[in-house]
Write a protein that binds this ligand. Sequence first.
Ligand code: 13P
Length: 248
Amino acid sequence: MRKKMIAGNWKMNKTPKEAVELVKLLKDKVNTKESDVVFCVPAIDILPVVEELKGTDIMVGAQNMHYEDKGAFTGELSADMLIESGVSHVIIGHSERRAYNGETDETVNKKLKKAIEKKITAIVCVGENLDERESGKAIDVVKGQVCADFKDISKDDAKKIVIAYEPLWAIGTGKTATAEQAEEVCGAIRNIIKEIYDEKTADEIIILYGGSVNGKNAAQLFAQADIDGGLVGGASLKEEFAQIVNYK
Ligand code: 13P
């Protein structure tokens, strides 16, 4: 049985002080028994958030990481820096980084390999844009991303990676994919993993849905056979996140 995971992606929101306030509001309200709960916070918020979460089971994630260990990469953070700061998870290849920061399947693949080497759990994001959906190419696009992102990663390592299906047209738009649309692609992703590796790996890998998840639609989305939880943007910045985590 796969354990559910609910991760909040705070994106570029919350100063360190505001981050601690949000954590204080949420930490006693979210049920960490049934699901793994991760707050993926801005880099500057990591240390105060880790401190505030001591004694809870809530985990802290970053939103990006470099694939090299160290060196002349101004503005970047390494896996070791994140791990020493108390980070257990890292989002890789979010569509916003693919759109605005030159992230490609090639850099995503390198970052996934580094995450595996350093034993930090990667949450890799894939998803189609509106044009691709409307022209019936959603599954082909996602297949291309998954195959390229997982290139030369062994099956034992693949299952350590979390996949988040985030259709671009559903991100920050309030336009959630229906549970059927989300399940169709998450099921297809599981099949792609089965084709690349085997049934056991496909059964074990965690697949999340992201895109306008809220307190009202979470239960229906997370009840789908191939959806193991969510990657939540806007609604992770408020009390509503507890409602999403406690969706049952
Ligand atoms: P929203 O939940 O704000 O649509 O964002 C989704 C997302 O991009 C999470 O990574």
